[in-house]
Design a protein around this ligand. Structure first.
Ligand code: ZN
Length: 192
Protein backbone atom coordinates (compact mmCIF):
# COMPACT_ATOMS: atom_id res chain seq x y z
CA UNK A 1 0.00 0.00 0.00
CA UNK A 2 1.47 3.40 -0.98
CA UNK A 3 1.76 5.85 1.94
CA UNK A 4 1.59 9.64 2.19
CA UNK A 5 4.59 10.77 4.28
CA UNK A 6 4.08 14.51 4.78
CA UNK A 7 3.11 17.77 3.13
CA UNK A 8 6.12 18.73 0.98
CA UNK A 9 5.00 22.22 0.05
CA UNK A 10 2.07 24.57 -0.35
CA UNK A 11 2.26 26.76 -3.46
CA UNK A 12 0.80 30.26 -3.44
CA UNK A 13 0.50 32.26 -6.66
CA UNK A 14 1.46 35.92 -6.27
CA UNK A 15 1.85 38.83 -8.68
CA UNK A 16 4.54 40.49 -6.56
CA UNK A 17 7.21 38.48 -4.69
CA UNK A 18 8.70 41.34 -2.60
CA UNK A 19 5.15 42.39 -1.66
CA UNK A 20 4.30 38.82 -0.60
CA UNK A 21 7.57 38.63 1.40
CA UNK A 22 6.40 41.64 3.43
CA UNK A 23 3.95 39.22 5.00
CA UNK A 24 5.53 35.75 4.79
CA UNK A 25 9.09 36.79 5.69
CA UNK A 26 8.95 40.12 7.52
CA UNK A 27 5.66 39.95 9.43
CA UNK A 28 5.38 36.17 9.96
CA UNK A 29 9.13 35.67 10.42
CA UNK A 30 9.68 32.77 8.01
CA UNK A 31 13.18 32.33 6.66
CA UNK A 32 13.66 33.02 2.93
CA UNK A 33 15.85 30.11 1.86
CA UNK A 34 16.29 31.18 -1.74
CA UNK A 35 14.57 32.60 -4.81
CA UNK A 36 14.89 30.68 -8.04
CA UNK A 37 14.02 31.31 -11.67
CA UNK A 38 12.33 28.08 -12.81
CA UNK A 39 12.04 28.24 -16.62
CA UNK A 40 10.32 24.79 -16.67
CA UNK A 41 7.44 26.30 -14.73
CA UNK A 42 7.65 29.74 -16.41
CA UNK A 43 7.89 31.15 -12.90
CA UNK A 44 10.07 32.71 -10.25
CA UNK A 45 9.73 30.80 -6.99
CA UNK A 46 10.61 31.92 -3.44
CA UNK A 47 11.16 29.05 -0.99
CA UNK A 48 10.35 29.54 2.69
CA UNK A 49 10.91 26.41 4.83
CA UNK A 50 8.40 25.65 7.58
CA UNK A 51 9.88 22.69 9.43
CA UNK A 52 9.49 19.55 7.29
CA UNK A 53 7.55 21.43 4.60
CA UNK A 54 7.82 24.71 2.78
CA UNK A 55 5.76 27.58 1.48
CA UNK A 56 6.48 28.36 -2.17
CA UNK A 57 5.59 31.79 -3.52
CA UNK A 58 5.17 31.45 -7.29
CA UNK A 59 5.18 34.41 -9.65
CA UNK A 60 4.49 33.60 -13.32
CA UNK A 61 6.98 35.02 -15.84
CA UNK A 62 4.77 34.44 -18.92
CA UNK A 63 1.05 34.88 -19.68
CA UNK A 64 0.55 31.35 -20.96
CA UNK A 65 1.33 28.94 -18.10
CA UNK A 66 -1.28 27.32 -15.87
CA UNK A 67 -0.27 29.51 -12.91
CA UNK A 68 -0.43 32.66 -15.07
CA UNK A 69 -3.99 31.82 -16.15
CA UNK A 70 -4.92 31.01 -12.55
CA UNK A 71 -3.61 34.45 -11.48
CA UNK A 72 -5.48 36.24 -14.28
CA UNK A 73 -8.75 34.45 -13.52
CA UNK A 74 -8.74 34.22 -9.73
CA UNK A 75 -6.08 36.61 -8.46
CA UNK A 76 -3.36 35.72 -5.96
CA UNK A 77 -4.04 32.79 -3.68
CA UNK A 78 -3.34 29.18 -2.82
CA UNK A 79 -2.59 27.22 -5.98
CA UNK A 80 -1.83 23.68 -4.86
CA UNK A 81 -0.75 21.46 -2.02
CA UNK A 82 1.98 18.87 -2.57
CA UNK A 83 2.07 15.56 -0.70
CA UNK A 84 5.14 13.35 -0.57
CA UNK A 85 4.32 9.71 -1.28
CA UNK A 86 6.70 6.76 -0.87
CA UNK A 87 5.63 5.13 -4.17
CA UNK A 88 4.05 7.43 -6.74
CA UNK A 89 3.35 4.69 -9.33
CA UNK A 90 1.50 2.56 -6.79
CA UNK A 91 -0.45 5.61 -5.57
CA UNK A 92 -1.50 6.58 -9.13
CA UNK A 93 -2.64 3.00 -9.77
CA UNK A 94 -4.65 3.03 -6.53
CA UNK A 95 -6.29 6.37 -7.40
CA UNK A 96 -7.17 5.20 -10.93
CA UNK A 97 -8.76 2.09 -9.49
CA UNK A 98 -10.87 4.29 -7.19
CA UNK A 99 -12.03 6.44 -10.11
CA UNK A 100 -10.13 9.61 -9.11
CA UNK A 101 -9.62 12.12 -11.97
CA UNK A 102 -5.90 12.54 -12.65
CA UNK A 103 -4.31 15.37 -14.61
CA UNK A 104 -1.22 13.18 -15.06
CA UNK A 105 -2.11 9.49 -15.48
CA UNK A 106 1.59 8.70 -15.10
CA UNK A 107 4.31 10.50 -13.14
CA UNK A 108 6.06 13.30 -15.03
CA UNK A 109 9.51 14.79 -14.36
CA UNK A 110 9.37 18.03 -12.43
CA UNK A 111 12.21 20.43 -11.51
CA UNK A 112 15.50 18.67 -10.75
CA UNK A 113 14.25 15.32 -12.04
CA UNK A 114 11.62 14.89 -9.32
CA UNK A 115 8.76 12.52 -10.14
CA UNK A 116 5.44 14.28 -9.73
CA UNK A 117 1.78 14.01 -10.80
CA UNK A 118 -1.24 16.27 -10.36
CA UNK A 119 -4.72 15.17 -9.25
CA UNK A 120 -7.70 17.05 -10.71
CA UNK A 121 -9.51 19.40 -8.25
CA UNK A 122 -12.87 17.94 -9.30
CA UNK A 123 -11.94 14.76 -7.41
CA UNK A 124 -10.41 16.47 -4.37
CA UNK A 125 -13.21 18.85 -3.39
CA UNK A 126 -11.68 21.87 -5.06
CA UNK A 127 -7.96 21.66 -4.26
CA UNK A 128 -5.28 20.98 -6.85
CA UNK A 129 -3.11 18.22 -5.32
CA UNK A 130 0.41 17.37 -6.43
CA UNK A 131 1.99 14.04 -5.56
CA UNK A 132 5.75 13.79 -5.31
CA UNK A 133 8.18 10.94 -4.79
CA UNK A 134 11.61 11.76 -3.36
CA UNK A 135 14.37 11.31 -5.96
CA UNK A 136 17.16 9.01 -4.64
CA UNK A 137 19.78 11.74 -5.26
CA UNK A 138 17.70 14.59 -3.92
CA UNK A 139 19.04 14.62 -0.34
CA UNK A 140 22.58 15.16 -1.77
CA UNK A 141 21.34 17.90 -4.11
CA UNK A 142 19.57 19.64 -1.21
CA UNK A 143 22.64 19.33 1.02
CA UNK A 144 24.86 20.82 -1.69
CA UNK A 145 22.42 23.71 -2.09
CA UNK A 146 22.33 24.25 1.69
CA UNK A 147 26.18 24.28 1.83
CA UNK A 148 26.37 26.87 -0.95
CA UNK A 149 23.91 29.02 0.97
CA UNK A 150 25.94 28.63 4.19
CA UNK A 151 29.14 29.65 2.35
CA UNK A 152 27.38 32.71 1.00
CA UNK A 153 26.16 33.71 4.47
CA UNK A 154 29.70 33.21 5.89
CA UNK A 155 31.14 35.47 3.19
CA UNK A 156 28.60 38.13 3.99
CA UNK A 157 29.52 37.77 7.68
CA UNK A 158 33.21 38.37 6.90
CA UNK A 159 32.36 41.37 4.75
CA UNK A 160 30.30 42.78 7.62
CA UNK A 161 33.19 42.17 10.06
CA UNK A 162 35.75 43.93 7.85
CA UNK A 163 33.35 46.86 7.34
CA UNK A 164 33.00 47.14 11.14
CA UNK A 165 36.80 47.19 11.54
CA UNK A 166 37.13 49.89 8.89
CA UNK A 167 34.44 51.91 10.66
CA UNK A 168 36.22 51.56 14.02
CA UNK A 169 39.54 52.54 12.44
CA UNK A 170 37.96 55.62 10.92
CA UNK A 171 36.49 56.55 14.30
CA UNK A 172 39.84 56.23 16.01
CA UNK A 173 41.50 58.29 13.28
CA UNK A 174 38.90 61.04 13.76
CA UNK A 175 39.58 61.18 17.50
CA UNK A 176 43.25 61.81 16.93
CA UNK A 177 44.21 59.19 19.56
CA UNK A 178 46.90 59.53 22.18
CA UNK A 179 49.66 57.98 20.07
CA UNK A 180 50.44 55.22 22.59
CA UNK A 181 48.93 52.39 20.53
CA UNK A 182 51.16 51.06 17.82
CA UNK A 183 48.53 48.65 16.42
CA UNK A 184 45.30 50.20 15.15
CA UNK A 185 43.42 46.85 15.35
CA UNK A 186 44.28 46.54 19.03
CA UNK A 187 42.96 50.03 19.67
CA UNK A 188 39.77 49.32 17.69
CA UNK A 189 39.15 46.16 19.72
CA UNK A 190 39.43 48.11 22.96
CA UNK A 191 36.87 50.60 21.77
CA UNK A 192 34.46 47.97 20.46
ZN1 ZN B 1 4.34 22.15 -6.44
Amino acid sequence: MPTIKRIDHIAIVVDDIPGALNFWQDALGLNLQHVEDVPDQESIVAFLPTGESEIELVKPTTDTSGVAKFLQKRGAGMHHICLEVDDIDAMLAQLKEKGVALINENAIHGTGGKRIAFIHPKSTHGVLVELYELHPHEPEIRLRRARTLTDRVMMQGQLAASATMAFLRALRGGNGGNGEHAHPEENAEQKA
